[in-house]
Design a protein around this ligand. Structure first.
Ligand code: AHR
Length: 503
């Protein structure tokens, strides 16, 4: 058996974990809304048409914030289409995904759904085909009490109390040529700055996320961040980053190492933000909103066929990745990476929540079930709140296609408010278990409470409607505490959550 060591001390901390690190995303895309969260006539639908079975799975994830309504969709979206009497709402062509949007579910309905699953709305404004004026109008509609045209319209449309949406995205992926009304860094920075000023004048309590590059590999990466932040640094609070990984060649060790890229991406964007702040002699520090992250590749080929066949259809089954066990391992490592950067990554949204590259899947008229990636997200959300610790980890390493020196044991730790400690660990080794020894002398008396283990002998194993429990958490080996030293076996290819509580 291989061996690894971890040293932890309560004084070596990265920082307080923002609860919004475990957020998610619902876009008007595919069956995320229609057939996902909303399906009137479904046996589990509530009087508003929301699927109760889906709500139940969402509640278990304890999702603190949900980004909405896009994504690429938002850059062609008129928010006014989505409010007022449903029978008068227009059907529109969605140019982002070549489908038809009926606007049956809109702002009021989504706010209602969010309330029912105890989450907050993170609302994206359209800085593509629209601009700053519409952005300030939707803030006024949502957050101003009453006595102005837009707020009074909200009241007339049935919501006496303001929605109180606190977190707003200034557009989506505006650096991408695929984006409706894609912009240069300067054009975007100017529009974002003017939108930000007006939105905050309407409601000074809101926080704003500016669009960073849509991917690390964009040719404009870096220049985009510098250019747009030159224009809007003083009026925004976060910079967004997005990242998806895939394993089209079936190279599991290389795939599991992709979180190294995620770490480098985060650190690079943080440096760029600080460089712009430095140049401006600013005392303000920007934080990151990792508001799209996940594995995404399984459905790519199928999607091209669907769009060719059913262009302009409604709620087409797009981006329906069926996730396997190795995807769950990478998702675990991505969560560990965000925890290790919790001092600067304050918001993160797994993209997305239901059906569209999502931890939750449904069948129209049928069941709802948890995909493999549901489990690490749920564990991190439940047990990863408090202070992110800065562990010293000494692990054997391996080399793969893109990286050398990849730690076989990817691990970190969180100190919860009640003094209990959670260790999160992924063993990337394809064959060997790892005996992990942790120096926990600084924490007083702790006892191992629970070891949750996610493992499957087949890295390609999936969960389906008929076999929803194929990949699911089980009890691990729990480990042993001896004085201040904790020892546990971390099985080959596994995601582990080890909870130690105060005696
Ligand atoms: O999450 C799917 C899509 O990925 C989003 O609409 C877009 O922002 C990104 O490119």
């Amino acid at each position: 058996m291989k061996k690894a060591r971890m040293i932890l001390d309560r004084d070596y901390s990265i920082g307080q974990i923002d609860r919004r690190l475990y957020g998610s995303f619902i876009e008007h895309l595919g069956r995320a809304v229609y057939g996902g969260i909303y399906e009137p006539g479904h046996p589990s639908a509530d009087p508003n048409g929301f699927r109760r079975d889906v709500m139940e799975l969402v509640r278990k994830l304890d999702v603190p914030v949900v980004r909405y309504p896009g994504g690429n969709f938002v850059s062609g979206f008129n928010w006014e289409d989505s409010v007022g009497p449903r029978d008068r709402r227009p059907r529109r062509l969605d140019l982002a995904w070549s489908t038809t949007e009926t606007n049956e579910v809109g702002l009021h309905e989504f706010v209602q759904w969010a309330k029912e699953v105890s989450t907050e709305v993170m609302y994206a404004v359209n800085l593509g085909s629209r601009g700053p004026d519409d952005a300030r109008n939707v803030v006024e509609y949502s957050n101003h009490k009453s006595g102005s045209a837009w707020s009074d319209l909200r009241v007339k449309n049935g919501a006496k109390e303001p929605f109180g949406i606190k977190l707003w995205c200034l557009g989506n992926e505006m650096d991408g040529h695929w984006q409706i009304c894609h912009k240069t860094a300067y054009e975007y920075g100017r529009a974002a700055n003017e939108a930000a000023k007006m939105m905050k004048w309407v409601d000074p309590s809101i926080e704003l996320v500016a669009c960073g590059s849509s991917a690390y590999g964009m040719p404009t990466f870096g220049d985009w961040e510098i250019g747009m932040l030159d224009e809007c640094y003083d009026n925004v609070d976060y910079v967004s980053i997005h990242r998806y990984y895939g394993n089209p060649t079936g190279d599991t060790p290389g795939f599991l190492a992709r979180s190294m890229d995620m770490d480098a991406f985060i650190k690079t964007v943080v440096s760029i933000c600080d460089a712009v702040g430095g140049k401006k002699h600013s005392k303000k520090k920007l934080h990151l909103s990792f508001d799209e992250w996940n594995v995404w590749y399984h459905s790519n080929a199928q999607d091209r066929e669907i769009v060719k066949r059913d262009k302009w259809g409604k709620a087409l089954p797009l981006l329906e990745d069926v996730y396997n066990f190795e995807d769950a391992l990478l998702v675990g490592s991505m969560l560990i990476t965000m925890l290790r950067n919790a001092d600067r990554v304050k918001i993160a949204c797994m993209a997305q929540l239901v059906n569209v590259i999502a931890p939750i899947m449904t069948r129209n008229g049928g069941g709802a079930w948890a995909q493999t990636i549901y489990w690490p997200l749920m564990h991190a959300s439940r047990y990863g709140r408090g202070t992110a610790l800065r562990p010293v980890v000494d692990s054997p390493t391996y080399d793969c296609s893109d990286y050398s020196g990849v730690p076989l044991l990817d691990a970190t730790a969180v100190l919860q408010e009640d003094g209990s400690l959670t260790l999160f660990a992924v063993n990337r080794d394809m064959e060997d278990d790892i005996l992990l020894t942790c120096d926990l002398r600084a924490f007083g008396k702790l006892r191992p409470e629970e070891h949750i283990l996610l493992h499957h002998d087949d890295v390609k194993a999936v969960n389906t409607e008929t076999d929803p429990d194929n990949v699911q958490p089980m009890k691990g080996m729990n480990g042993r505490m001896d004085g201040g030293t904790f020892t546990v076996t971390v099985p080959a290819l596994s995601w582990n959550v080890i909870r130690l509580v105060r005696e």
